[in-house]
Write a protein that binds this ligand. Sequence first.
Ligand SMILES: [Zn+2]
Length: 251
Amino acid sequence: MFNKIRNWRIRRLVARRPIAEQLWQDALKHCVPAHRLGASDQATLRVLATLFLDRKSLEPTTGLHLDEADRVLLATHACVPILKLGYDWYDGWHSVIVYPDAFIPRREHMDAAGVVHQTNTVMAGEAWGRGPVILSWAHVLNIAKKPAHNVVIHEMAHKLDMLNGDANGFPPLHRRMDRRVWSRVFSSAWDRLRDEQRTGADLPLDPYALESPAEFFAVASEHFFEEPATLRQHLPDVYRQLAQFYRQHPL
Ligand SMILES: [Zn+2]
């Protein structure tokens, strides 16, 4: 019954606030992971993007203006990871704050000696546990130009990771997945890439993946959706675990 009511609400919303056909076609054109989808999956992605636009508040800041096409594009990228998971996986938070370009979060932390430091790391995106996702619009527009990079998918992967606590590269796994296999696969991929990095070899993932297990999961997720064949070729076990987690059919 609950599902019936929920599905009826979703259908009503999609009927009331549909994404205009031209805007949808433009968003699909600029979202590489969507190119690989069949018509029925693209239709599901459109429903999810409609829900995203209805339920999340997209908040451009510092003089940035986002028009309807920009918003649809952002929502389309954002919903790629939950295509087979469902919208519920994005429940519990509300805002997407969008800066015109890379930003420096104003944040202070106290070190062990009790000294307060101001952080000055320049960022393209950030995701808070129960808070907002923060994005640089310049980096969102760059997605199409940089293969296997997708700042929106990256931050959304952090959001999924944080559904069961801190971002640690260990999102809530499905019942039939094995936590030990996940740990073993990701830690041995991590060790291998660390070794390759020391020898100066080109890595199959952006080296930022080696910042922490959370970043490894987020960067691997970008590759999984943007260039699945390359990820499968270089890190087949990681690819398989992500295919199970994101409930995607293997290539
Ligand atoms: Zn990250």
